[in-house]
Design a protein around this ligand. Structure first.
Ligand SMILES: [Fe+2]
Ligand SMILES: [Fe+2]
Length: 284
């Protein structure tokens, strides 16, 4: 597995470079530049993760909360259904075709999650495998282990994609692909180090444990997902003859990052005191 020293921001800017739409590109770059406090929290979290053998209870909170910021398959399905419903309510065949196209492109972001070309092995299953290697049979997935900020963020994503206006939904899906690509790239090294430093897994077990994170980075899965949501947005705007709302895009990206920052802060509030207490105990 290849890991690099690139930062979260490097990864996001690299992806922004693939955006042809200059206004969308600026919305992206400006929002990330204005969120350096959030980026810093994310980097602190992943730097802290491998440094201790966290208890099963602590790891359950970490895993459940981190998972709540990913795995948005149901929300993707909901947004695709909304686009299809709009298409079905339209008499004009060209408009209907554009809306169907928008729905199909949006749905493409869940192909890998559903395991379409991987014998039905879902990303939810791969996440369970990762958790299994870290906490065994401990019931990490119980809702009580998900920190309130993390379940709030999960709810916000769902509302944005299933209830709010369609552009809000598409921007949310689009930015989450960019952010996830960057985050998984950093997470791969962090979880790899956690396993190497705190666990005693065979090379085969190590590979299986890291597969969830690895599949998102290996084939640039999230990069492709981001690009198909851009196509979905263009098809939707063409069908409805509405301009892309770049101010809304920027506001959504900022809010997305703010939410991630709150989750990371809650995780750091959980982890940092434990780290300090253990360090003090070692000194004493
Ligand atoms: Fe996934
Ligand atoms: Fe994705």
């Amino acid at each position: 597995m290849v890991t690099t020293n690139k930062t979260l921001t490097n990864y996001i800017y690299e992806l922004a470079g693939l955006v042809n739409d200059e206004e969308l590109k600026s919305a992206l770059i400006e929002s990330v530049a204005a969120s350096s406090d959030v980026i810093n929290k994310v980097e602190r979290f992943f730097a802290l993760l491998p440094s201790y053998k966290w208890s099963k209870e602590e790891l359950s909170q970490i895993l459940s909360s981190w998972k709540a910021t990913h795995l948005k398959m149901l929300a993707i399905y909901g947004l695709s259904c909304r686009l299809q419903r709009l298409a079905m309510a339209t008499e004009d065949t060209a408009t209907r075709a554009q809306l169907m196209l928008a729905s199909s492109h949006n749905a493409e972001t869940s192909y890998e999650d559903l395991g379409l070309d991987f014998g039905g092995e879902t990303h939810a299953q791969l996440f369970h495998d990762l958790a299994h290697y870290l906490v065994g049979d401990f019931p990490w997935s119980l809702e009580k282990y998900c920190l309130p900020r993390a379940s709030e963020f999960r709810g916000w994503i769902y509302q944005n994609m299933v209830v709010a206006d369609i552009q809000t939904g598409l921007f949310t899906n689009m930015f989450s692909e960019i952010y996830n690509h960057a985050e998984y790239s950093v997470a791969l090294g962090a979880f790899g180090n956690l396993i190497d430093q705190q666990y005693n897994l065979s090379p085969v077990e190590r590979e299986k444990a890291l597969q969830y994170v690895h599949v998102h980075v290996a084939d640039e899965t999230e990069v492709d997902h981001f690009l198909v949501v851009v196509k979905a947005l263009n098809a939707y705007c063409e069908a409805t003859q509405t301009p892309i709302d770049y101010e809304l895009a920027q506001a959504q990206i900022l809010q997305y990052l703010r939410g991630i920052g709150q989750v990371m802060e809650a995780l750091l509030n959980l982890m940092e005191p434990q780290k300090n207490a253990r360090e003090l105990a070692t000194v004493a």
